[in-house]
Write a protein that binds this ligand. Structure first.
Ligand SMILES: Cc1cc2nc3c(=O)[nH]c(=O)nc-3n(C[C@H](O)[C@H](O)[C@H](O)COP(=O)(O)OP(=O)(O)OC[C@H]3O[C@@H](n4cnc5c(N)ncnc54)[C@H](O)[C@@H]3O)c2cc1C
Length: 371
Protein backbone atom coordinates (compact mmCIF):
# COMPACT_ATOMS: atom_id res chain seq x y z
CA UNK A 1 0.00 0.00 0.00
CA UNK A 2 1.34 3.47 -0.85
CA UNK A 3 0.23 6.57 1.01
CA UNK A 4 -0.08 9.91 -0.74
CA UNK A 5 -0.31 12.94 1.50
CA UNK A 6 0.16 16.69 1.36
CA UNK A 7 3.78 17.47 0.53
CA UNK A 8 4.47 13.90 -0.58
CA UNK A 9 7.47 14.08 -2.86
CA UNK A 10 6.33 11.05 -4.85
CA UNK A 11 3.47 13.01 -6.41
CA UNK A 12 4.49 16.14 -8.27
CA UNK A 13 1.08 17.65 -8.87
CA UNK A 14 2.27 21.21 -9.38
CA UNK A 15 -0.22 23.98 -9.95
CA UNK A 16 -3.10 23.85 -12.41
CA UNK A 17 -1.58 26.89 -14.10
CA UNK A 18 1.94 25.42 -13.85
CA UNK A 19 4.27 24.46 -16.66
CA UNK A 20 3.09 20.84 -16.82
CA UNK A 21 -0.59 21.79 -17.08
CA UNK A 22 -2.30 21.32 -20.47
CA UNK A 23 -2.16 24.46 -22.66
CA UNK A 24 -5.02 26.97 -22.35
CA UNK A 25 -6.33 28.90 -25.28
CA UNK A 26 -8.49 32.00 -25.02
CA UNK A 27 -12.22 31.47 -25.38
CA UNK A 28 -13.36 34.40 -27.52
CA UNK A 29 -16.97 33.96 -28.68
CA UNK A 30 -20.08 34.57 -26.52
CA UNK A 31 -20.82 31.98 -23.86
CA UNK A 32 -24.31 33.19 -22.90
CA UNK A 33 -27.49 33.19 -24.98
CA UNK A 34 -28.10 36.90 -24.28
CA UNK A 35 -24.77 37.71 -25.90
CA UNK A 36 -26.04 36.34 -29.22
CA UNK A 37 -28.16 39.47 -29.59
CA UNK A 38 -31.85 40.03 -30.14
CA UNK A 39 -33.77 37.82 -32.56
CA UNK A 40 -34.97 40.48 -34.99
CA UNK A 41 -34.94 39.10 -38.49
CA UNK A 42 -34.40 36.02 -40.56
CA UNK A 43 -30.64 36.62 -40.55
CA UNK A 44 -30.47 36.37 -36.77
CA UNK A 45 -28.13 35.31 -35.31
CA UNK A 46 -25.18 36.37 -37.43
CA UNK A 47 -23.84 33.34 -39.25
CA UNK A 48 -20.19 33.92 -38.47
CA UNK A 49 -20.27 34.61 -34.73
CA UNK A 50 -18.43 31.32 -34.12
CA UNK A 51 -15.58 29.83 -36.16
CA UNK A 52 -15.84 26.52 -37.94
CA UNK A 53 -13.45 23.94 -36.46
CA UNK A 54 -10.37 22.90 -38.42
CA UNK A 55 -10.91 19.13 -38.61
CA UNK A 56 -8.01 18.35 -40.92
CA UNK A 57 -6.07 15.16 -40.21
CA UNK A 58 -2.99 17.15 -39.22
CA UNK A 59 -4.84 18.61 -36.23
CA UNK A 60 -5.33 15.18 -34.63
CA UNK A 61 -3.42 14.67 -31.37
CA UNK A 62 -4.89 11.37 -30.18
CA UNK A 63 -7.70 8.96 -29.48
CA UNK A 64 -8.97 8.32 -25.94
CA UNK A 65 -10.87 5.17 -25.02
CA UNK A 66 -12.77 4.54 -21.81
CA UNK A 67 -15.41 2.20 -20.42
CA UNK A 68 -18.57 3.85 -19.13
CA UNK A 69 -19.89 2.21 -15.90
CA UNK A 70 -23.54 1.99 -17.00
CA UNK A 71 -25.93 0.48 -14.46
CA UNK A 72 -29.30 -0.95 -15.52
CA UNK A 73 -32.17 0.55 -13.53
CA UNK A 74 -30.29 3.31 -11.74
CA UNK A 75 -27.05 4.68 -10.41
CA UNK A 76 -26.66 2.75 -7.15
CA UNK A 77 -26.96 4.89 -4.03
CA UNK A 78 -27.79 2.29 -1.40
CA UNK A 79 -26.70 1.14 2.02
CA UNK A 80 -25.34 -2.35 2.72
CA UNK A 81 -24.25 -3.89 6.01
CA UNK A 82 -20.96 -5.73 5.73
CA UNK A 83 -19.56 -7.55 8.75
CA UNK A 84 -20.75 -4.81 11.10
CA UNK A 85 -19.56 -2.05 8.80
CA UNK A 86 -21.83 0.35 6.93
CA UNK A 87 -21.14 0.52 3.19
CA UNK A 88 -22.87 3.22 1.14
CA UNK A 89 -22.69 2.49 -2.58
CA UNK A 90 -22.26 5.37 -5.02
CA UNK A 91 -21.51 4.03 -8.50
CA UNK A 92 -22.94 3.23 -11.94
CA UNK A 93 -22.94 6.71 -13.53
CA UNK A 94 -22.63 5.50 -17.13
CA UNK A 95 -21.86 8.38 -19.50
CA UNK A 96 -22.68 11.09 -16.96
CA UNK A 97 -20.38 10.68 -13.96
CA UNK A 98 -18.69 14.04 -14.41
CA UNK A 99 -22.13 15.65 -14.54
CA UNK A 100 -23.85 13.78 -11.74
CA UNK A 101 -21.07 13.13 -9.21
CA UNK A 102 -21.99 16.09 -6.95
CA UNK A 103 -25.64 15.03 -6.76
CA UNK A 104 -25.25 11.29 -6.19
CA UNK A 105 -22.45 11.96 -3.70
CA UNK A 106 -24.58 14.40 -1.69
CA UNK A 107 -27.34 11.77 -1.64
CA UNK A 108 -24.87 9.08 -0.53
CA UNK A 109 -23.67 11.26 2.35
CA UNK A 110 -27.27 12.03 3.37
CA UNK A 111 -27.87 8.28 3.44
CA UNK A 112 -24.75 7.74 5.52
CA UNK A 113 -25.90 10.30 8.07
CA UNK A 114 -29.45 8.93 8.15
CA UNK A 115 -28.43 5.29 8.63
CA UNK A 116 -25.11 5.42 10.45
CA UNK A 117 -25.08 8.06 13.18
CA UNK A 118 -22.40 6.03 14.96
CA UNK A 119 -20.08 5.96 11.95
CA UNK A 120 -17.31 8.05 13.52
CA UNK A 121 -15.47 11.08 12.26
CA UNK A 122 -13.29 9.36 9.64
CA UNK A 123 -14.94 7.95 6.52
CA UNK A 124 -13.29 5.61 4.03
CA UNK A 125 -13.95 6.35 0.36
CA UNK A 126 -13.19 3.64 -2.21
CA UNK A 127 -12.04 5.02 -5.57
CA UNK A 128 -10.52 8.30 -6.73
CA UNK A 129 -12.35 9.02 -9.98
CA UNK A 130 -14.71 11.99 -10.20
CA UNK A 131 -17.24 10.28 -7.92
CA UNK A 132 -14.79 9.31 -5.15
CA UNK A 133 -13.04 12.68 -5.12
CA UNK A 134 -16.30 14.64 -5.20
CA UNK A 135 -17.61 12.51 -2.33
CA UNK A 136 -14.44 13.27 -0.37
CA UNK A 137 -14.80 16.99 -1.05
CA UNK A 138 -18.41 17.03 0.15
CA UNK A 139 -17.52 14.95 3.24
CA UNK A 140 -14.88 17.55 4.16
CA UNK A 141 -17.53 20.27 3.76
CA UNK A 142 -19.56 18.45 6.41
CA UNK A 143 -16.59 18.18 8.77
CA UNK A 144 -15.53 14.53 8.30
CA UNK A 145 -11.96 13.32 7.95
CA UNK A 146 -11.54 11.25 4.79
CA UNK A 147 -9.21 8.47 3.71
CA UNK A 148 -9.42 7.38 0.07
CA UNK A 149 -8.43 3.82 -0.86
CA UNK A 150 -7.89 3.43 -4.57
CA UNK A 151 -6.07 1.41 -7.17
CA UNK A 152 -5.51 4.36 -9.53
CA UNK A 153 -5.50 8.13 -9.31
CA UNK A 154 -5.79 10.87 -11.93
CA UNK A 155 -4.76 10.83 -14.79
CA UNK A 156 -5.33 7.06 -14.88
CA UNK A 157 -9.06 6.72 -14.20
CA UNK A 158 -12.06 6.47 -16.54
CA UNK A 159 -13.02 9.94 -15.39
CA UNK A 160 -9.86 11.31 -17.02
CA UNK A 161 -11.06 9.98 -20.39
CA UNK A 162 -14.49 11.65 -20.28
CA UNK A 163 -15.33 14.50 -22.63
CA UNK A 164 -16.84 16.55 -19.82
CA UNK A 165 -20.15 17.78 -21.23
CA UNK A 166 -22.64 18.70 -18.54
CA UNK A 167 -25.51 16.44 -19.62
CA UNK A 168 -27.30 13.37 -18.19
CA UNK A 169 -26.41 11.12 -21.14
CA UNK A 170 -26.25 7.29 -21.26
CA UNK A 171 -27.28 6.90 -17.65
CA UNK A 172 -30.25 5.53 -15.73
CA UNK A 173 -31.03 7.80 -12.79
CA UNK A 174 -34.23 6.23 -11.50
CA UNK A 175 -36.98 8.53 -12.74
CA UNK A 176 -37.44 12.05 -14.06
CA UNK A 177 -38.08 13.62 -10.64
CA UNK A 178 -34.73 12.39 -9.34
CA UNK A 179 -33.00 13.32 -12.61
CA UNK A 180 -34.25 16.91 -12.46
CA UNK A 181 -33.34 17.21 -8.76
CA UNK A 182 -29.85 15.84 -9.39
CA UNK A 183 -29.29 18.21 -12.31
CA UNK A 184 -30.19 21.17 -10.05
CA UNK A 185 -27.84 19.99 -7.29
CA UNK A 186 -25.03 19.42 -9.79
CA UNK A 187 -25.61 22.82 -11.44
CA UNK A 188 -25.44 24.56 -8.06
CA UNK A 189 -22.16 22.76 -7.38
CA UNK A 190 -20.40 23.51 -10.67
CA UNK A 191 -21.71 26.95 -11.64
CA UNK A 192 -19.75 28.91 -8.97
CA UNK A 193 -16.58 27.22 -10.30
CA UNK A 194 -17.18 28.28 -13.92
CA UNK A 195 -14.54 30.60 -15.28
CA UNK A 196 -12.32 30.36 -12.20
CA UNK A 197 -9.48 28.45 -13.91
CA UNK A 198 -10.27 24.98 -12.56
CA UNK A 199 -11.44 23.61 -15.92
CA UNK A 200 -15.15 24.44 -15.64
CA UNK A 201 -16.52 26.79 -18.31
CA UNK A 202 -19.91 28.03 -19.43
CA UNK A 203 -20.59 27.35 -23.10
CA UNK A 204 -23.46 27.35 -25.54
CA UNK A 205 -24.49 24.00 -27.02
CA UNK A 206 -25.82 24.34 -30.57
CA UNK A 207 -28.05 21.60 -31.86
CA UNK A 208 -29.05 20.90 -35.42
CA UNK A 209 -32.80 20.55 -35.97
CA UNK A 210 -34.78 19.58 -32.89
CA UNK A 211 -32.93 20.68 -29.77
CA UNK A 212 -33.32 17.18 -28.34
CA UNK A 213 -33.54 15.61 -24.93
CA UNK A 214 -30.54 17.01 -23.08
CA UNK A 215 -31.96 20.50 -23.41
CA UNK A 216 -35.04 19.61 -21.39
CA UNK A 217 -32.99 18.21 -18.52
CA UNK A 218 -31.14 21.40 -17.65
CA UNK A 219 -32.81 23.57 -15.01
CA UNK A 220 -34.58 26.60 -16.56
CA UNK A 221 -33.46 29.01 -13.89
CA UNK A 222 -29.78 28.12 -14.39
CA UNK A 223 -29.45 27.87 -18.15
CA UNK A 224 -31.20 29.75 -20.96
CA UNK A 225 -32.27 28.24 -24.27
CA UNK A 226 -33.60 29.44 -27.63
CA UNK A 227 -34.56 28.24 -31.07
CA UNK A 228 -32.41 29.60 -33.88
CA UNK A 229 -33.41 30.14 -37.47
CA UNK A 230 -29.81 29.45 -38.37
CA UNK A 231 -26.80 28.28 -36.37
CA UNK A 232 -24.25 31.10 -35.96
CA UNK A 233 -21.30 28.91 -36.99
CA UNK A 234 -19.29 29.96 -39.99
CA UNK A 235 -20.32 27.94 -43.04
CA UNK A 236 -23.22 26.11 -41.37
CA UNK A 237 -26.55 26.97 -42.95
CA UNK A 238 -29.00 25.02 -40.77
CA UNK A 239 -31.68 25.87 -38.23
CA UNK A 240 -31.64 24.46 -34.74
CA UNK A 241 -31.41 25.41 -31.11
CA UNK A 242 -29.02 26.78 -28.55
CA UNK A 243 -28.84 26.15 -24.85
CA UNK A 244 -26.39 27.19 -22.19
CA UNK A 245 -24.49 24.48 -20.42
CA UNK A 246 -21.06 23.70 -18.95
CA UNK A 247 -17.95 21.89 -20.04
CA UNK A 248 -15.86 20.39 -17.26
CA UNK A 249 -12.44 19.50 -18.72
CA UNK A 250 -11.38 16.36 -16.82
CA UNK A 251 -7.59 16.69 -17.27
CA UNK A 252 -7.71 20.13 -15.65
CA UNK A 253 -10.58 19.67 -13.20
CA UNK A 254 -9.51 16.31 -11.72
CA UNK A 255 -6.01 17.54 -11.12
CA UNK A 256 -7.37 20.70 -9.50
CA UNK A 257 -9.73 18.62 -7.33
CA UNK A 258 -6.97 16.29 -6.19
CA UNK A 259 -4.76 19.23 -5.22
CA UNK A 260 -7.70 20.70 -3.35
CA UNK A 261 -8.31 17.46 -1.44
CA UNK A 262 -4.66 17.14 -0.47
CA UNK A 263 -4.74 20.73 0.78
CA UNK A 264 -7.86 19.78 2.78
CA UNK A 265 -5.90 16.92 4.41
CA UNK A 266 -7.66 14.08 2.62
CA UNK A 267 -5.24 11.13 2.39
CA UNK A 268 -4.94 8.76 -0.57
CA UNK A 269 -3.82 5.14 -0.10
CA UNK A 270 -2.97 3.17 -3.22
CA UNK A 271 -4.58 -0.18 -2.55
CA UNK A 272 -6.53 -2.61 -4.70
CA UNK A 273 -9.76 -3.88 -3.11
CA UNK A 274 -10.18 -7.48 -4.28
CA UNK A 275 -13.18 -8.65 -2.27
CA UNK A 276 -15.78 -7.60 0.32
CA UNK A 277 -13.50 -8.96 3.06
CA UNK A 278 -10.88 -6.35 2.08
CA UNK A 279 -13.56 -3.73 2.74
CA UNK A 280 -14.51 -5.36 6.03
CA UNK A 281 -10.85 -5.23 7.11
CA UNK A 282 -10.58 -1.45 6.74
CA UNK A 283 -10.26 0.40 10.07
CA UNK A 284 -13.08 2.87 9.33
CA UNK A 285 -16.63 2.04 10.44
CA UNK A 286 -18.27 3.64 7.41
CA UNK A 287 -17.28 3.28 3.78
CA UNK A 288 -18.58 5.02 0.64
CA UNK A 289 -17.99 2.82 -2.39
CA UNK A 290 -17.16 4.87 -5.50
CA UNK A 291 -15.26 2.27 -7.50
CA UNK A 292 -17.25 2.72 -10.73
CA UNK A 293 -17.01 -0.38 -12.91
CA UNK A 294 -14.66 -1.90 -10.32
CA UNK A 295 -17.70 -2.46 -8.07
CA UNK A 296 -18.98 -5.12 -10.48
CA UNK A 297 -16.40 -7.73 -9.53
CA UNK A 298 -15.96 -6.79 -5.88
CA UNK A 299 -19.67 -6.64 -5.04
CA UNK A 300 -20.98 -9.02 -7.73
CA UNK A 301 -23.29 -6.44 -9.30
CA UNK A 302 -24.71 -7.94 -12.51
CA UNK A 303 -26.60 -4.71 -13.29
CA UNK A 304 -23.33 -2.98 -14.16
CA UNK A 305 -22.64 -3.06 -17.89
CA UNK A 306 -19.53 -1.71 -19.59
CA UNK A 307 -20.17 0.65 -22.50
CA UNK A 308 -16.99 1.52 -24.34
CA UNK A 309 -16.58 5.00 -25.73
CA UNK A 310 -13.94 6.56 -27.93
CA UNK A 311 -13.12 10.25 -28.40
CA UNK A 312 -10.79 11.97 -30.81
CA UNK A 313 -8.68 14.83 -29.51
CA UNK A 314 -7.61 17.61 -31.86
CA UNK A 315 -5.24 20.48 -31.13
CA UNK A 316 -6.96 23.17 -29.03
CA UNK A 317 -8.94 25.80 -30.97
CA UNK A 318 -10.92 28.64 -29.36
CA UNK A 319 -14.34 27.59 -30.75
CA UNK A 320 -16.21 28.41 -27.56
CA UNK A 321 -19.19 26.11 -28.25
CA UNK A 322 -20.53 22.59 -28.29
CA UNK A 323 -22.23 21.26 -31.39
CA UNK A 324 -24.60 18.29 -31.51
CA UNK A 325 -25.26 17.26 -35.11
CA UNK A 326 -26.76 14.12 -36.67
CA UNK A 327 -23.32 12.53 -37.11
CA UNK A 328 -21.98 13.12 -33.59
CA UNK A 329 -20.96 15.85 -31.19
CA UNK A 330 -17.91 18.06 -30.86
CA UNK A 331 -16.72 20.74 -28.49
CA UNK A 332 -13.71 22.78 -27.54
CA UNK A 333 -12.00 22.46 -24.18
CA UNK A 334 -8.99 24.49 -23.08
CA UNK A 335 -6.76 21.48 -23.78
CA UNK A 336 -8.34 20.05 -26.96
CA UNK A 337 -11.17 19.97 -29.45
CA UNK A 338 -13.09 16.78 -28.60
CA UNK A 339 -14.97 14.71 -31.18
CA UNK A 340 -17.41 11.99 -30.05
CA UNK A 341 -18.77 9.61 -29.79
CA UNK A 342 -19.09 5.88 -29.90
CA UNK A 343 -21.13 3.51 -27.70
CA UNK A 344 -20.06 -0.15 -27.72
CA UNK A 345 -22.22 -2.03 -25.23
CA UNK A 346 -20.48 -4.91 -23.44
CA UNK A 347 -17.05 -4.03 -24.87
CA UNK A 348 -14.13 -3.69 -22.45
CA UNK A 349 -11.14 -3.75 -24.78
CA UNK A 350 -9.63 -0.27 -24.59
CA UNK A 351 -6.91 -0.85 -27.19
CA UNK A 352 -6.86 2.08 -29.61
CA UNK A 353 -8.33 1.34 -33.02
CA UNK A 354 -7.02 3.37 -35.99
CA UNK A 355 -10.11 2.42 -38.04
CA UNK A 356 -12.32 4.21 -35.52
CA UNK A 357 -10.13 7.30 -35.74
CA UNK A 358 -10.66 7.49 -39.51
CA UNK A 359 -14.40 6.83 -39.32
CA UNK A 360 -15.08 9.28 -36.50
CA UNK A 361 -13.06 12.06 -38.07
CA UNK A 362 -14.80 11.53 -41.41
CA UNK A 363 -18.26 11.65 -39.78
CA UNK A 364 -17.53 15.11 -38.43
CA UNK A 365 -15.76 16.36 -41.54
CA UNK A 366 -18.79 15.26 -43.62
CA UNK A 367 -21.15 17.37 -41.53
CA UNK A 368 -19.27 20.52 -42.46
CA UNK A 369 -18.56 19.63 -46.07
CA UNK A 370 -22.08 18.38 -46.88
CA UNK A 371 -23.71 21.55 -45.45
C1 LIG B 1 -15.58 8.23 -23.94
C2 LIG B 1 -16.31 8.72 -22.71
C3 LIG B 1 -16.87 9.98 -22.70
C4 LIG B 1 -17.54 10.44 -21.56
N1 LIG B 1 -18.05 11.70 -21.58
C5 LIG B 1 -18.70 12.17 -20.49
C6 LIG B 1 -19.22 13.50 -20.49
O1 LIG B 1 -19.09 14.24 -21.47
N2 LIG B 1 -19.86 13.93 -19.37
C7 LIG B 1 -20.01 13.14 -18.26
O2 LIG B 1 -20.64 13.59 -17.29
N3 LIG B 1 -19.50 11.88 -18.24
C8 LIG B 1 -18.86 11.38 -19.31
N4 LIG B 1 -18.36 10.09 -19.32
C9 LIG B 1 -18.67 9.21 -18.18
C10 LIG B 1 -17.70 9.34 -17.04
O3 LIG B 1 -16.39 9.18 -17.50
C11 LIG B 1 -18.00 8.28 -15.98
O4 LIG B 1 -19.37 8.26 -15.66
C12 LIG B 1 -17.22 8.57 -14.73
O5 LIG B 1 -15.84 8.60 -15.04
C13 LIG B 1 -17.45 7.56 -13.63
O6 LIG B 1 -16.70 8.00 -12.53
P1 LIG B 1 -16.31 7.04 -11.35
O7 LIG B 1 -15.56 7.87 -10.36
O8 LIG B 1 -17.52 6.31 -10.90
O9 LIG B 1 -15.39 5.92 -12.02
P2 LIG B 1 -13.82 5.93 -12.37
O10 LIG B 1 -13.39 7.20 -12.97
O11 LIG B 1 -13.61 4.67 -13.14
O12 LIG B 1 -13.12 5.80 -10.97
C14 LIG B 1 -13.15 4.61 -10.24
C15 LIG B 1 -12.09 4.64 -9.17
O13 LIG B 1 -12.17 3.43 -8.41
C16 LIG B 1 -10.91 2.80 -8.39
N5 LIG B 1 -11.14 1.36 -8.35
C17 LIG B 1 -11.86 0.61 -9.22
N6 LIG B 1 -11.81 -0.70 -8.85
C18 LIG B 1 -11.04 -0.75 -7.74
C19 LIG B 1 -10.62 -1.80 -6.89
N7 LIG B 1 -10.96 -3.05 -7.11
N8 LIG B 1 -9.82 -1.48 -5.83
C20 LIG B 1 -9.46 -0.21 -5.58
N9 LIG B 1 -9.83 0.83 -6.35
C21 LIG B 1 -10.61 0.56 -7.42
C22 LIG B 1 -10.24 3.24 -9.68
O14 LIG B 1 -8.82 3.07 -9.57
C23 LIG B 1 -10.68 4.70 -9.75
O15 LIG B 1 -9.86 5.48 -8.93
C24 LIG B 1 -17.67 9.61 -20.42
C25 LIG B 1 -17.08 8.35 -20.42
C26 LIG B 1 -16.40 7.89 -21.55
C27 LIG B 1 -15.77 6.54 -21.53
Amino acid sequence: MRLIAAGCSGLALGSVQGCSAPPRVASVPPQRIDDLGTPASSVWPLADQYPQPDLSDGRLIGQRTGIRPYRRGSVRVEVQDLAGKRVIHNYGHGGAGITLAPASSAEAIDLLEATSPESGSTIAVLGAGIVGMTTADLLRDRGYSVRIYTEHITPNTTSDVAGGQFAPATVAIGGSERRDRWMCVASDYYLPRAGTGCGVDRVINFTVGDAGGALRHLPDDHFQRRSLNRLPIDGVNQSGGAYETLVIAPPIYLRWLMERLIARRVTFRLQRIASPSDVADLPEQAVINCMGLGAKAVFGDDQLIPIRGRLLMLEPQPLGYLLSHPRGYLFSRPDAVVLGGTYDRGQTDSTEDPRVTGELLERHQLFFTSG
